[in-house]
Design a binder for this molecule. Structure first.
Ligand code: KIV
Length: 283
């Protein structure tokens, strides 16, 4: 008799929101490909964001502006093929939600229909953006908001730096987060803001806040995977904690391989096929 597989308790939007009520921290990471998404999902993170940080940590762009819808869909598909439990959220790239509402909703729907994501994330809280969030929710597309440092505003901000350190901008960030909640978003990312401001927002909102560089008082935390494992080049914000140094580990492995090939050490008998060998497959 074939036993059914053990049922998996999928993470859903209501189950994420219930965590806030129970004061249980939400754990999230970004991912952009199958093998990493599989590891992260099996560890048990609650949600995986296929962030447009893809552009900077995987595709080698200087910022997130050049990332396209097709690139996002391609990578989101790879992630959803790997994930069995976590909620997968697709990040709307720059200029995929800036023209008409019809255009924007059509782009957002691709994450759900083509790529298998369960929700989308949108930066910003202008009046037009809030209306768009309402329209997306009405079209059954769950939306996560994003305030504070919004990387798609890089040219307006001039640089990636902490936002909301003075009172006028701090108040605006609080209002933005509340308006995003009112528009129907199921959660809000708070990026690179002082921890006391993040605490205020977290206390005011019913939906979960997810911090990245926003201190310990948010309902959950997210980091860019490549930052966490020490595999991102260039800019390292203060809030990034490196839990591994893969850059060094990979460099050493590649150096050793190159040396062994040059010296004729690799491939050795163990890693070669032999005419006498029986049943030798890929191994
Ligand atoms: O694109 C991304 O990875 C993000 C996170 C930093 C929240 O938006």
């Amino acid at each position: 008799m074939i036993m059914p597989e053990k049922p998996i308790s999928f993470v859903t939007i209501p189950s994420l929101q219930a965590k806030k009520k129970r004061q249980e921290k939400i754990v999230a990471l970004t991912a952009y490909d199958f093998p990493v998404a599989k590891i992260i999902d099996e560890v048990g993170v609650d949600f995986i964001l296929v962030g447009d940080s893809l552009g900077m940590v995987v595709l080698g762009y200087p910022n997130t502006i050049p990332v396209t819808m097709d690139e996002m869909i391609h990578h989101t598909k790879a992630v959803t093929r790997a994930v069995r439990r976590a909620l997968v959220i697709g990040d709307m790239p720059y200029f995929s939600f800036h023209l008409s509402a019809e255009d924007s909703i059509s782009n957002a729907s691709r994450f759900l229909k083509e790529a298998g994501a369960k929700a989308v994330k949108i930066e910003g809280a202008s009046k037009k953006r809030l209306k768009l969030i309402e329209a997306m929710v009405e079209a059954e597309i769950p939306v996560m908001g994003h305030v504070g440092l919004t990387p798609q505003s890089i040219h307006r901000f001039g640089q990636f730096k902490v936002r909301g350190t003075e009172s006028v901008e701090a108040k605006k960030i609080v209002d933005d987060a509340r308006n995003i909640e009112k528009a129907g978003a199921f959660a809000v990312i708070l990026e690179c803001i002082p921890e006391d401001l993040a605490r205020t927002i977290t206390e005011k909102l019913r939906v979960p806040t997810i911090g990245i560089g926003a201190g310990p008082h948010c309902d959950g935390q997210i980091l860019v995977f490549h930052d966490l494992v020490g595999l991102s080049n260039g800019y390292h914000p203060k809030f990034v904690k490196k839990y591994a140094d893969l850059q060094t580990a990979i460099t050493k492995a590649v150096q050793k391989y190159a040396e062994e090939v040059k010296q004729g050490i690799f491939p050795d008998a163990e890693h070669s096929y032999h005419t006498s060998g029986k049943g030798e497959g890929r191994k």
